[in-house]
Design a protein around this ligand. Structure first.
Ligand code: FES
Length: 142
């Protein structure tokens, strides 16, 4: 019988990471298809350019960390493939569930300004709006 794998880092190191990243303050999570193993929705270069732009702008606008005047942050994750595989780079914003196509740097700038900062969907590039349904677990105390 095998035992579960031992944690590789102490729990307090993990909790320090949670705080450093601002995980409890995440307001929105952006997933971008980039650096794909099999680039299908766009070229590998276009995906990487979009990813670098997204990272740079979130940092420049201080949206990647909670700050004194705004206790929330935007988290971003590079996805290997979001399974749409057409008209990329594909980008999705949760919890709003807004899926965007052709997320090149100029389009990402609009998504940042209009959606992330202005709470308005960039209709021109959104091809699906499907907020995830709330589950019983989401409202249950931990
Ligand atoms: S390769 Fe980008 S969504 Fe599949």
């Amino acid at each position: 019988m095998t035992s579960p794998a031992e944690p590789t880092a102490p729990l307090d190191a993990l909790m320090a990471c949670v705080q450093t990243l601002g995980l409890p303050q995440i307001q929105r999570h952006v997933f971008l298809c980039a650096d794909q193993t099999k680039p299908k929705c766009c070229s590998k270069e276009a995906g990487l350019e979009a990813w670098e732009y997204l990272k740079k702008r979130l940092k420049e606008l201080q949206l990647d960390q909670p700050i004194e005047t705004r206790p929330t942050c935007i988290f971003r994750t590079k996805a290997n493939c979001l399974r749409v595989c057409a008209q990329g780079p594909i980008l999705v914003v949760y919890p709003d569930g807004v899926w965007y196509r052709n997320a090149s740097p100029p389009v990402i700038e609009r998504i940042i300004q209009e959606h992330l900062l202005g709470d308005r969907v960039v209709q021109e590039y959104a091809f699906l709006v499907h907020p995830l349904p709330t589950t019983a677990m989401a409202s249950a105390p931990m």
